[in-house]
Design a protein around this ligand. Structure first.
Ligand code: SF4
Length: 327
């Protein structure tokens, strides 16, 4: 591991100013992804600024929304009774992530910003445009069973690895970002970038920007939401395909629909064609089958991951059926 400096942030403003000013300085909270990347030599920060002592770990639920502090631990959010009842997709996505030990350490903000699990990204002796811009992409002609079928580019086909962000997209959640220019909110859907010709730039965050909270509005479709994850083993595994679904159903008619998927896209991937096929129609298994058939529109499978096309459709259909059957 390359040596780095360490500082505990005395305040959010001081930490933001410091990281914006000092080249190579980065925030650290739970550190569960960061420590792996440090050990592997993938990340070599000059300094880590620890934000764990800042008062950013609150979970406030009222009738209009929930505000989750960025350093709240995944396990605390997943166990919160009102989040389980009113935002079930959030609790389900968190409980299907990582292991209990990791969930006890990992922060909500860090979870949103976790890096890809592409094996070439985490192996510093292989070419990888995301880790070493311009070096090439080893996955294009290499092992790409776990890689993306949506949103890829000739420069990178890595999937976004997280679960929580996929659930937050269907709940119309925002992140609160404090930066050198002040505070702003941004839809979670707009936080991550597709790789294009700059796969090393994964989010729209600028130097010094710190996610301080997640805001989720209360809604009828949030209450009727679900997160389904399909993976190679039953725990401590990343998604082959996942689906987050939120439906507002009134008198058996779908008034609003939100559908997003993980494990298949280079960012949390919303499926507007599926949503459009659902809205205004009566809940029905045939409707769910027909809508889910649109889930893989635009997919570009690679040599080893063509199975994800059919798996994606079936995962979305199953998630829709589960939500549709909930009272
Ligand atoms: Fe690197 Fe992306 Fe290619 Fe993986 S898919 S080797 S992360 S450029």
């Amino acid at each position: 591991m390359v040596p780095f400096a360490y500082a505990a942030a005395p305040s959010a403003d001081a930490a933001i100013a410091h990281v914006a000013r000092r080249r190579g300085a980065e925030f650290i909270a739970g550190g569960t992804d960061m420590l792996q990347l440090l050990q592997e030599g993938v990340r070599v920060p000059a300094e880590l600024v620890d934000i764990n002592r800042l008062p950013l770990d609150g979970i406030e639920v009222d009738t209009d929304a929930v505000r989750i502090g960025a350093t709240a631990r995944m396990s605390d959010v997943a166990d919160h009774p009102r989040i389980r009842a009113e935002y079930p997709a959030v609790a389900e996505a968190l409980l299907l992530s990582a292991s209990p030990q990791v969930r006890n350490m990992a922060s909500i903000g860090g979870n949103l910003l976790q890096r890809t699990r592409c094996v070439y990204f985490r192996d510093v002796v292989t070419p990888c445009n995301k880790r070493a811009p311009g070096s090439g992409c080893s996955a294009l002609d290499g092992e790409n069973r776990l890689h993306a079928i949506l949103g890829a580019s000739p420069h990178c086909i890595a999937t976004y690895a997280g679960d929580l962000a996929v659930a937050l997209v269907v709940l119309d959640a925002n992140v609160v970002i404090n930066g050198p220019e002040g505070a702003r909110t941004l839809p979670v859907e707009a936080l991550h970038r597709v790789p294009g010709d700059a796969p090393e730039v994964e989010t729209v965050l600028e130097p010094g920007d710190l996610i301080t909270a997640v805001l989720i509005p209360a809604s009828a479709h949030a209450r009727r939401s679900h997160y389904l994850k399909v993976r190679d083993r039953a725990s401590f595994e990343f998604a082959l395909v996942s689906a987050a679904v939120a439906l507002d159903i009134d008198a058996a008619v779908i008034r609003q629909a939100r559908v997003a998927v993980g494990g298949v896209g280079t960012k949390p991937w919303r499926l507007p064609a599926v949503e459009h096929a659902l809205v205004g129609h009566r809940v029905d298994d045939e409707l769910f089958h027909a809508a889910a058939a649109r889930a893989a529109d635009g997919a570009e499978p690679r040599r080893h991951n063509a199975f994800k096309v059919e798996l994606l459709k079936r995962t979305v259909e199953r998630a829709l059926r589960t939500v549709g059957s909930r009272s």
